[in-house]
Structures are given as structure tokens and as C-alpha cells.
Design a protein around this ligand. Structure first.
Ligand SMILES: Cc1cc2nc3c(=O)[nH]c(=O)nc-3n(C[C@H](O)[C@H](O)[C@H](O)COP(=O)(O)OP(=O)(O)OC[C@H]3O[C@@H](n4cnc5c(N)ncnc54)[C@H](O)[C@@H]3O)c2cc1C
Length: 329
């Protein structure tokens, strides 16, 4: 598996609020911390309503003296992951994976622009520090609701000085993604971490400007989608059976709990392994993945079951064929 994980136990060393809704948590893993690429994240084992689950958190800067630093935003409509993280106290133990990176950054270029939206700032500190050390031509754009929400502002200013641009919504200073990306010199790399809408807008500009797709590196933290997160129904094309996907479970979980054995890997809407064919939609699909292109999402012939949701009823082909089972007539 591309996303194979190695787990280890860790101890919470300290917690500290960076903003009213973002809490820094320092962890000391039991296993020695190996060097990892800037922008790496760990997975963390959490209990949500008594059920084991996991959430991912980017490392804030490089590991130091065997400690890993993460920063967790308390999600307003949380299923429980960020809340569980906010309840951690120094001395408590928590299982985590070894750091790995999803960013595929070409570190050999001359020009870079980093774009962070909200909590998407966390992986950027380490990436900015690595680029600054290399003497790269670097600018960072950081979009926040207000300056009070700009976690890591002082550290980033210390690192980047005037190369850090804060775009605070309440000051009417929204980031103009179109102008920012089009103004980049040829061969520049853009690294983005923020909400799905920000990423989709950046991808559209990047594509229209004829820039190589691989020069736009990104990570999303999962998406709350375009539609509200509500219950919806999945009909199995081969049998007509209907499964209810509750608001707090993924379609992948619901299908597997019903015995359909859908294979999966990243569970972040990035790898496409769990995608299934859609044969009919009575309602609307809310594609929350970054695997399919805009065109494919518009066609809705397939959906990533790990993150995407719907309103109404979606009929899918799970490749389950009751008439082909051993013993079937
Ligand atoms: C690589 C990576 C790095 C990350 N780094 C950070 C980080 O540095 N800091 C940080 O705070 N977070 C980070 N995250 C996000 C983090 O893993 C959690 O998703 C976040 O803390 C919210 O978890 P939660 O359980 O509180 O909220 P969730 O319940 O997961 O809610 C988050 C959103 O998902 C929607 N949602 C609710 N139910 C479902 C459902 N059944 N299916 C799909 N969507 C649903 C909600 O509407 C909500 O908007 C990262 C994620 C990834 C993948």
C-alpha cells in the first residue's frame, strides 16, 4: 500500500493555544524520530464516540530534540477528532504514525510561492524554513479571517520578514489567487495548503495559464464539501438494496459495514482506490476528493467513497454480482 503506516506510542509533552481556535500540541514518540521531508504529517489514533478512528496532523516545523509539534484547529462541526485532540493533557499517551509527506515538491527551482488558507499554514512553516535555508526566491501568502486567527504569524515573520503577506478577510484584503499565480515567473513552483475551494480555484488558474500540473504542489486537510454533511442513501445497482449513510460516517464505512468490501487506501480522496461507478443519481453528488478532474466530477460517472457524499440517493455498481456467486443458478 502506498499509504502503509507504522504506528508508535507517544507522550504529550505540552499544549498551548496559538489562537482562540488553534492549539499547539508537542509530542514525544517512543520510537526515535527519523529525518522526514518538510511538510510531513503524522496520523493520530483517536476514540470518537468510543470507536477507534484516526486523524492526520501536519508537523509544524522540523522535529526537534525528538519532539514533534502539531497544531490542531477545533473544528466547529467536528465528528470528534479535533475535540479529542483538544482534550489531551501533558503526560497523556497517544498512538501516532511515523511522519510522512504527501507533498511532491521539486526543491531545485529558483522561485517558489507558498499559499496557506487558515489551518493550512501548519505544513508551511517547515517548507518555508527549508526553502529559506536554500536561499530560494520565496513569497508566502497566508489567508485568514482576521489577524487574530493567523497562527504562527510571529515565527513566519521572523523567517520571511516582508516576504510574508497576510490576507485578512475582515480587512477586505482577500488573496487574489488569479493575479498572484499569473504573476509568477516561468518555472516557479506553487505550494498550497488550504480549503478545497481554494485548491480548485488555484488548479483552474494554473491550468488556464498553461503551467505544468506538477509545479502546483498541494495538500488538503479534507473537505466539508459544497453541500451540508447530511444522511444520504446508496442503492446497489445489482440488487436494488439500499444503504443509509449517516451524517457522521463515510460512504466507504457504510458500504463496508454492510459487507460490500470496498477496497481503499488513503481515505483522503487523493488516491482514487475506493472510487466506484455511479449508474444513477436522484439528488446531487458532493465530490470532496482531489483525485478526479473537474470534468470527471461534472460527469459524476464515478465517486470516491471515502470522502464524497450526496444529497438524495446514489445508485452504484459495486461489481457485486449475486448471480455469479458459487452456487447461484
Ligand atoms: C494530511 C493532512 C494533514 C492535516 N493537518 C492538519 C493540521 O495540521 N491541523 C488541523 O487542525 N487539521 C489537520 N488536518 C485535518 C484533521 O485530520 C481533521 O480532519 C480535523 O482535525 C477535523 O477532524 P474532526 O474529527 O474534528 O472533524 P470532522 O468531523 O472530520 O469534520 C471536518 C469536516 O468534515 C465534514 N464531515 C463530517 N462528517 C463527515 C463524513 N462522514 N464524511 C466526510 N466529511 C464529513 C464536516 O462537515 C467538517 O466540515 C489534516 C488532514 C490531513 C489529511
Amino acid at each position: 500500500m502506498r499509504f502503509a503506516e507504522q504506528w508508535t506510542s507517544s507522550t504529550v509533552v505540552s499544549t498551548r493555544d496559538l489562537t482562540p481556535s488553534i492549539r499547539e500540541i508537542v509530542l514525544e514518540p517512543e520510537a526515535a524520530v527519523a529525518a522526514c521531508p518538510p511538510g510531513s504529517h503524522i496520523n493520530v489514533a483517536v476514540l470518537i464516540d468510543g470507536r477507534p478512528d484516526k486523524r492526520s496532523y501536519s508537523l509544524v516545523g522540523a522535529p526537534e530534540r525528538g519532539h514533534l509539534r502539531i497544531a490542531v484547529r477545533l473544528a466547529g462541526d467536528s465528528r470528534g477528532g479535533s475535540r479529542a485532540m483538544w482534550e489531551l493533557k501533558p503526560g497523556q499517551r497517544i498512538d501516532i504514525t511515523r511522519p510522512t509527506s504527501l507533498f511532491e515538491i521539486d526543491w531545485s527551482r529558483k522561485h517558489y510561492t507558498l499559499i496557506a488558507g487558515g489551518i493550512g499554514v501548519t505544513p508551511m512553516l517547515g517548507i518555508a524554513a527549508a526553502l529559506a535555508r536554500r536561499g530560494a526566491d520565496l513569497t508566502m501568502h497566508y489567508s485568514v479571517r482576521s489577524r487574530a486567527d493567523a497562527a504562527l504569524h510571529d515565527e513566519l515573520t521572523g523567517l520571511l520578514g516582508g516576504r510574508l503577506r497576510i490576507h485578512a478577510g475582515d480587512e477586505g484584503a482577500r488573496l487574489d489567487l488569479d493575479a498572484t499565480l499569473r504573476a509568477l515567473p516561468e518555472g516557479a513552483v506553487a505550494v498550497l495548503c488550504g480549503p478545497l475551494r481554494m485548491l480548485e480555484a488555484a488548479r483552474a488558474v494554473w491550468h488556464q495559464a498553461g503551467r505544468p500540473a506538477s509545479d502546483l504542489c498541494f495538500e488538503t486537510f479534507g473537505s466539508s464539501g459544497r453541500l451540508p454533511t447530511t444522511e444520504f442513501r446508496v442503492r446497489i445497482a445489482a440488487t436494488g438494496n439500499e444503504i443509509v449513510v449517516p451524517h457522521d460516517r463515510s460512504m466507504l464505512d457504510a458500504l463496508n459495514a454492510a459487507g460490500f468490501e470496498v477496497i481503499f487506501d488513503c481515505e483522503r480522496g487523493e488516491c482514487g482506490v475506493c472510487a466506484l461507478d455511479v449508474t444513477a443519481v436522484d439528488g446531487e453528488i458532493d465530490h470532496r476528493d482531489v483525485f478526479f478532474s473537474d470534468h470527471q466530477k461534472h460527469d459524476s460517472a464515478k465517486m470516491c467513497t471515502c470522502v464524497s457524499r450526496a444529497r438524495g440517493t446514489v445508485t452504484i455498481d459495486t461489481l457485486y454480482r449475486p448471480d455469479q456467486l458459487p452456487g447461484a443458478a
